[in-house]
Design a protein around this ligand. Structure first.
Ligand code: URA
Length: 217
């Protein structure tokens, strides 16, 4: 059909990963990762966090400044918004597995501040291996991509957050995929009404993910 887009597996889902390994073994290996240069500048690798068996996995872009220091995903301002919105959608953060497409913080040093810098395609491609390995171990029902970097890692370059958000996507990997905005976007909106509307839409997307919690097929 003209204009239609078929979404397919992105780099995280394109290959088989760690058959037989446990999630903690994958985590252990990840801490040795030198697949790209980001490990040289970050404080530490930030692996995913949550139950080994989780129905719902949420994938962000990369750890921020606070996450890099704490060694845990989503512990900064975006994590606070995400935790609140998950609760409004009917699920507690502790019951979800939270992770990132890229596991090391990429930043630009400006004086004393470390400013977020978007990972490039090569960094995303190399790090995707870890996300694929996490998903193989966890075998969730639903994977939510928070923002464009996570969406491309899971669904390739054809995915568009504005066009594809909020609708369940099945690419035959045994779990639903759902694309939505990144919660940090909500923190950047200046206009109060727009911010409130966008927040409601984000919670609605999370509610869709919560309702989907049975495997496709
Ligand atoms: N933003 C992300 O994408 N991930 C985090 O862990 C924190 C902020």
């Amino acid at each position: 059909m003209p204009g239609s887009v078929t979404l397919k597996a992105g780099p995280a889902l394109a290959t088989k990963h760690a058959a037989g390994a446990s999630l903690s073994a994958v985590k252990h290996q990840a801490h040795e990762c030198q697949r790209c240069d980001l490990y040289k500048y970050a404080t530490q690798l930030v692996f995913g966090e949550g139950p080994d068996v989780a129905k719902l996995v949420l994938v962000g872009e990369q750890p921020g400044d606070k996450e890099d220091v704490a060694g845990r995903p989503f512990v900064g301002p975006a994590g606070t918004v995400l935790t609140e919105c998950l609760r409004e959608a009917g699920v507690e953060r502790k019951d979800c597995y939270l992770t990132n497409a890229v596991k090391h913080f990429k930043y630009e040093q400006r004086g004393k501040r470390r400013l977020h810098s978007r990972p490039n395609a090569g960094e995303v491609q190399r790090c995707a291996w870890w996300l694929g390995a996490e998903l193989e171990q966890i075998r969730p029902d639903v994977v939510v991509a928070l923002g464009a970097t996570a969406a491309r890692t899971l669904l390739g370059a054809a995915v568009k957050v504005t066009r594809d958000r909020g609708r369940p996507i099945d690419i035959g990997r045994g779990f639903w995929l759902l694309v939505t905005i990144h919660p940090s976007y909500l923190l950047r909106i200046r206009d109060r009404e727009t911010a409130a509307r966008q927040r409601r839409d984000f919670v609605d997307d999370l509610k869709t993910a919560v309702k989907l919690q049975t495997r496709p097929g």
